[in-house]
Design a protein around this ligand. Structure first.
Ligand SMILES: Nc1nc2c(ncn2[C@@H]2O[C@H](COP(=O)(O)OP(=O)(O)OP(=O)(O)O)[C@@H](O)[C@H]2O)c(=O)[nH]1
Ligand SMILES: [Mg+2]
Length: 434
């Protein structure tokens, strides 16, 4: 087993940077750089660090911590060098570590991969480590914390255990049949398998709230040219992201900003004004606008409050879930719907409030931890399909085989079966040093 090392903290200049070393040669690296013979796990040591080849000073005072496997994040012997966070210091230490026997720079996610391989985490928890590092809003953080704490592992493990128990019974029925009627699933197992099927379906039908929370919900602003879409976008983003002008057809490309809406991650899109046009570029912008509206989780239709008519192009895309907003409230107000002014700020807080309520309703927890990844969704769909087949299988052996397939699908989520080919895909999304 090779020993891996990497910078575990960000790659910008900082007061402190942490270089992590994990593997059988970790303690040798401790000795080589500090010049000390004894390594006492879990005891911080302040030491200068030197290149063992020539005694050159790498850092004048570093805090070094050793962990003896399996009591470490990776489960292996691990050493953490807390260095002064300058680029040259970090690069010097990494270069010297690379010269030590059996040591090489870690691949992205490799520390967490080793933690998984050593049984420290299951795959859902390992994925949650990545989510925790990526979390930008409160709700994302809470979801990742829940998952890293094993919420999904426990749920999927309980289903795996239930199914394994049912399969054992089914196998027993095949070995020792109580009567000689050729039937598929043992009658006594059917209710339990149906209940499991129901639980998995419920979990799948959650409107993708867990996945959307990881990625951010999409909100699209649409309306006629000059309705004030880009002005609203700038007001909500609190900076000048989109060009505003009294020329109709200013915005062509879709402009996106990331916002934190009461703890929920939002991707807000400003779009081209909808109208009939001969201009090819504008027409393409309008096509993209319509597509963005279709894909949005939440829609804001803007109507110019100073014109009495609601234009047909915008009206066509308004549905029951769309928030209808009248702009330019500083000039004219409309009796129905929400009135805002990007110029004076009037009504913007009320709009933000309404959006936050819609977002929180979309993410409201029904019961239990939400599904957070497409990978889990596919495996659960496969498991559910196998169970459905098993419920109507004409022969007991076929029912058992379907249950075995379902078990394999469930196991792939937590990593208990068919793991190897999944690993690289999962850990590829990690950054180096994690
Ligand atoms: N008085 C007033 N004028 C506004 C307000 N919001 C936007 N405007 C003006 O309306 C014009 C159009 O604003 P934009 O934000 O560019 O409109 P848009 O909907 O993005 O237009 P397109 O990109 O062409 O589709 C500009 O002259 C803005 O200054 C408002 O709240 N009050
Ligand atoms: Mg615009």
């Amino acid at each position: 087993m090779e020993t891996i090392f990497a910078l575990a903290t960000g790659s910008y200049r900082a007061g402190v940077a942490v270089v992590r070393v994990s593997g059988p040669a970790a303690f040798a690296a401790f000795r080589a750089l500090t010049g000390r013979e004894t390594v006492t796990p879990r005891q911080a040591v302040v030491s200068s660090l030197k290149d063992p080849a020539n005694g050159a000073l790498l850092d004048y005072s570093a805090l070094v911590l050793a962990y003896a496997g399996p009591r470490s994040f990776t489960g292996e012997d691990t050493v953490e060098f807390n260095l002064h966070g300058g680029r040259a210091i970090i690069e010097g230490v990494l270069r010297v570590l690379g010269t030590l026997p059996g040591c090489r720079i870690a691949e992205p996610g490799e520390f967490t991969k080793r933690a998984f391989q050593n049984g420290k985490l299951d795959l859902t928890e390992a994925e949650a480590v990545a989510d925790l590092i990526d979390a930008e809003t409160e709700a994302q953080k809470l979801q990742a914390l829940d998952q890293v704490g094993g919420a999904l592992r426990r749920l999927y493990q309980s289903w795996t255990d239930t199914l394994a128990g049912l399969l054992a019974h089914q196998e027993a029925d095949i070995e020792f049949p109580e009567d000689d009627l050729p039937q598929g699933l043992s009658q006594t197992l059917e209710p339990a398998l149906k209940k499991l099927q129901h639980d998995i379906q419920n979990h799948l039908n959650d409107g993708r709230r867990g996945e959307r929370l990881r990625q951010g919900i999409r909100i699209a602003i649409f309306g006629a040219p000059n309705a004030g879409k880009s002005s609203l976008m700038n007001a909500l983003a609190r900076r000048d992201v989109a060009i505003v002008s009294d020329e109709a057809g200013t915005t062509r490309d879709i402009i996106e900003v990331h916002l934190d809406l009461g703890g929920y991650p939002v991707i807000l899109a400003d779009t081209a004004g909808l109208r009939d046009t001969e201009n090819k570029i504008e027409a393409e912008g309008i096509r993209r606008a319509a597509a963005a509206v279709q894909e949005a989780d939440l829609k804001i239709a803007l109507f110019d409050g100073t014109t009495k008519l609601r234009d047909a192009e915008t009206e066509r895309l308004v549905d029951a879930e769309t928030l209808v907003v009248y702009t330019k409230a500083d000039i004219a107000k409309n009796d129905s719907g929400m009135n805002i002014s990007a110029t004076t700020g009037e009504g913007i807080d009320a709009l933000l409030q309404a959006l936050t309520e819609k977002a929180s309703a979309a993410f409201k927890t029904k019961s239990g931890p939400p599904l957070t990844r497409e990978r889990h969704r596919r495996a659960l769909e496969d498991a559910a399909a196998s169970i459905t087949r098993g419920l109507t299988a004409p022969l007991p052996e076929l029912a058992a085989e379907d249950m075995r397939l379902a078990l394999r699908s469930l196991g792939a989520i937590t990593g208990r079966v068919h793991v190897e080919e999944l690993l690289d895909k999962i850990f590829r999304d990690f950054c180096i040093g994690k």
